[in-house]
Design a protein around this ligand. Structure first.
Ligand code: NAD
Length: 332
């Protein structure tokens, strides 16, 4: 029987993988800890490893996986910034991922965050539960008529753009590979990054993290934004320079920031740290701002997305055993 070790797993991962079609053909080993060079020895004798967004597959880890006899690296996510692809290629690994498990899940969460932040729904919920029915401090703004800048018009960005069009927003977009036909159909204009930063009331990030996009939003780019801009990031934390963001927040240049991701989220997100002192000063500062709303990398977390992640990953691992080609669009 083929074997697969899953890292950084939670009870819901186990539930969905153990319900996936043909799951019984695989000997699963679920680990709660993350995969990295220091834990790679636990993959010895495994045919496949299955990782998530905060596992760290650097060159040392990949070399150890090769030594351990692992044949397949399966990402149960879309982004792959945590894997040294060059090293993986050198060691002869195939890497599969789940590129589109549910772009709706992520786009819907990003708009949900913006609505919550703008209309102070999170604060109102707490107030009313305390029998405080005052509306003071809860003024928001209409989305209709506002300009939303979508950076990255791939699978998720396009759905977010369409949702904002449904709110009667003007939507502008920036992408290194623009799709003009789609934009024309949706009534969306492409512009340069600086044009988008200049004009947008709301900026929503939907592009991958790589060497080109690392700290895309930083001191220099914050200066190009409108006073009172709202930022939404459900992509990867490293797209935003947190130090620059904190400066812009302190200078009262930013209306609000909704984050599902954070550049040093590894080891913090997905875990319960309540009652403990967080050692990341910038994260502590971010959480202290009243106009910052954060969720813990949960944009993907829907029934549909978890089912699809388990289905595609299970299918690829079975194909490894059957010596069949992996699902085409999943191979990196
Ligand atoms: P996608 O590949 O379909 O689209 C990404 C788009 O970004 C593409 O159109 C690409 O041309 C564009 N792009 C790349 N580099 C760019 C640059 N330098 N400037 C402008 N545009 C650029 O990806 P997707 O499925 O839409 O996902 C977007 C990101 O969302 C992923 O990379 C992933 O990191 C993140 N994500 C987060 C979650 C979550 O739970 N928070 C879940 C899934 C995906």
């Amino acid at each position: 029987m083929i074997s697969a070790a899953l890292y950084d797993t939670k009870p819901y991962d186990r539930e969905y993988f153990q319900n996936a079609l043909f799951h019984e053909k695989i000997d699963w080993q679920f680990h709660e800890f993350r995969l990295s060079a220091s834990t790679a020895a636990t993959a010895t004798g495994m045919d496949a490893v299955c990782i998530f967004v905060n596992d760290c597959l650097d060159r040392t880890c990949i070399a150890q996986l090769s030594k351990a006899g692992v044949k397949l690296i399966a990402l149960r996510c879309a982004g792959y910034n945590n894997v040294d692809l060059k090293a993986a290629k050198e060691f002869g690994f195939t890497i599969v991922r789940v590129p589109a498990y549910s772009p709706h899940a992520v786009a819907e969460h990003s708009v949900g965050l913006l609505l919550t932040l703008n209309r102070h729904i999170h604060r109102a919920y707490n107030r009313v539960r305390e029998h405080n029915f005052s509306l003071t401090g809860l003024i928001g703004f209409d989305l209709a008529g506002k300009t939303v800048g979508i950076v990255g018009t791939g699978k998720i960005g396009r759905i977010a753009a369409k949702i904002y069009r449904g709110f009667d927003c003007r939507v502008i977009a920036h992408d290194i590979s623009p799709c003009h036909d789609w934009a024309a159909q949706q009534g969306i204009e492409y512009t340069s990054l600086s044009g988008l930063l200049n004009e947008s009331d709301i900026i929503s990030l939907h592009l991958p993290l790589n060497s080109e996009t690392y700290h895309l939003l930083c001191r220099e780019t914050f200066k190009q934004m409108k006073q009172g801009v709202y930022l939404v990031n459900t992509s990867r934390g490293g797209l935003i320079d947190t130090t620059g963001l904190l400066e812009a927040l302190k200078a009262d240049c930013i209306g609000g920031v909704a984050l599902d991701v954070y550049e040093r989220e590894g080891g913090v997100f997905f875990e319960d740290h309540s009652g403990h002192i967080l050692q990341d000063d910038e994260l502590n500062l971010l959480l202290a701002y009243p106009n910052v709303l954060m969720t813990s990398h949960q944009a993907f977390l829907t029934h549909e997305a978890l089912s699809e992640i388990a289905r595609i990953t299970t299918e690829n691992i079975i194909r490894l055993q059957a010596n069949q080609p992996y699902i085409d669009e999943t191979v990196l």
